[in-house]
Write a protein that binds this ligand. Structure first.
Ligand SMILES: Cc1cc2nc3c(=O)[nH]c(=O)nc-3n(C[C@H](O)[C@H](O)[C@H](O)COP(=O)(O)OP(=O)(O)OC[C@H]3O[C@@H](n4cnc5c(N)ncnc54)[C@H](O)[C@@H]3O)c2cc1C
Length: 391
């Protein structure tokens, strides 16, 4: 029996080790920190959003080939992965709002434990608190699967070490950037809305006004700026493309607001509060210097247009992102073109396999990053064992 060494016991590393062992290899799984699967444990607010209910290639960002990504996701369908968790790992799953799938127990530990125990039952030997600094001794023994993750939340153990190990073997790197990350804004009136959450329509635009992406999800005001699903999804465009963000705070478009403001009667504040949260309505009125008790009949055209712009096309004036300690994932990584599409074997180093967040593929919020970890790890794990058999 030949050996497979898996480096990093995160979501991808544990899954890869499981499939390599199932494929007949003798597998050792090294984890640098004291606790395997730390990110699984903290994921989804401790509940682990293990999968999305639906997925398409549009849910992922990469500078590599989207066709490849599509092909990989076809290799293990969402329905089959779900069945793997429910039947093989005996974890009942439930669908929740916003298209997410969680373990019914609401405990991320259940996912981590079941996955790890199944890997160990399949023969995987786990060595924790063992940080690998050099791949060569393991490559001499057999195949190596590098699943060291990206750079986000380094206290969980993923600090970008894997990029250096790959570079030493001739790999290049799509510059890593914090993704799914809260964004900062220094406007005191917005900061004072901290804690307020509401559904918004967001748009990411180039400085020239070209729309890069858009969506509708919840935005959360924080004491330093913004967070919530809308912002985490949109953050990719800010941190990678330096895009500008705009939001429509309500459900109505500019023409509908124009109609309302022209044809309704009474004072302005109650009308705004029918369609927007009270504190936000007050803030927006202050921004265009409209007194809260102004009668709609006295609202002049200039201020009406200005107010409508502030409601439907408000720039978020992002000053920074919250950085690696707060980013849920890492964008960028080892280019997809540098692995063999059939096996995830490195094109720079024979017998080295890569999977998970170390590669340049990042999902939006909603279980897509675990989906990527599961799918890439299964392909790499299975292929690493086959490679061994053919040796
Ligand atoms: C707070 C938070 C919440 C999240 N929630 C969700 C969610 O609900 N759903 C979702 O889909 N995604 C979520 N994610 C993202 C998801 O957790 C990651 O995309 C996924 O865990 C990546 O898996 P990975 O195995 O590639 O990397 P990681 O999970 O980062 O694992 C890499 C492992 O390698 C180890 N390692 C690194 N270097 C070495 C070395 N030299 N030697 C030995 N070991 C090493 C690390 O200690 C780590 O355990 C969340 C992330 C965070 C931070």
């Amino acid at each position: 029996m030949k050996s497979v060494t898996v480096i990093g016991a995160g979501a991808a590393g544990i899954m890869a080790a499981y499939w390599a062992a199932k494929g007949g290899a003798s597998v050792t799984l090294f984890e640098g920190s004291t606790t395997p699967g730390k990110k699984i444990l903290v994921s989804g607010g401790g509940r682990c959003n293990v999968l999305p209910q639906q997925s398409s290639v549009k849910d992922f960002h990469t500078q590599g080939s989207k066709n490849l990504v599509k092909r990989w996701f076809k290799s293990w369908s969402l329905a089959d992965i779900r069945q793997f968790f429910e039947d093989d790992l005996s974890i009942p799953l439930i669908d929740e709002e916003d298209g997410k799938v969680f373990p019914k127990s609401g405990k991320s530990r259940e996912i981590r434990d079941a996955l790890l125990n199944s890997a160990i039952e399949a023969g995987v030997i786990l060595k924790q608190s063992f940080r690998v600094e050099d791949l060569s001794p393991y490559l001499e023994k057999g195949a190596v699967i590098l699943a060291t993750g990206g750079r986000s939340v380094p206290k969980t153990g993923s600090d970008g070490k894997g990029y250096g190990l790959c570079k030493d073997l001739g790999h290049s790197l799509v510059t890593p950037y914090p993704a799914l990350v809260p964004l900062w804004n220094q406007e005191a009136d917005f900061q004072s809305l901290s804690g307020l959450s509401l559904p918004v329509q967001w748009q990411a635009r180039t400085p020239q006004g070209k729309i890069l992406d858009q969506g509708r999800r919840d935005l959360l005001f924080t004491h330093k700026g913004f967070s919530g699903p809308a912002i985490l999804d949109a953050s990719h465009w800010v941190t990678r493309e330096q895009a500008e963000l705009f939001v429509n705070w309500g459900e109505k478009n500019a023409a509908e607001w124009e109609k309302l403001l022209l044809h309704e009667s009474g004072t302005i504040t109650p009308l705004l509060q029918e369609h927007l949260p009270r504190r936000l309505a007050k803030t927006l009125l202050r921004r265009v210097a409209i007194p809260p008790d102004l009668n709609l009949a006295q609202l002049d055209k200039v201020r009406r247009k200005e107010l409508i712009r502030k409601i439907t096309e408000c720039p978020l004036n992002i000053t920074a992102d919250a950085g690696w300690n707060a980013a849920e994932v890492t964008g960028g990584g080892i280019p997809l073109s540098e692995v063999n599409p059939a096996s995830f074997e490195s094109r720079c180093q024979p017998n080295l396999f890569l999977c998970g967040e170390i590669l340049d593929c990042t999902g939006r919020l909603g279980g897509y990053n675990f989906l990527w970890a599961w799918v890439s790890a299964r392909l790499a794990g299975t292929a690493s064992a086959q490679e061994q058999k053919e040796d």
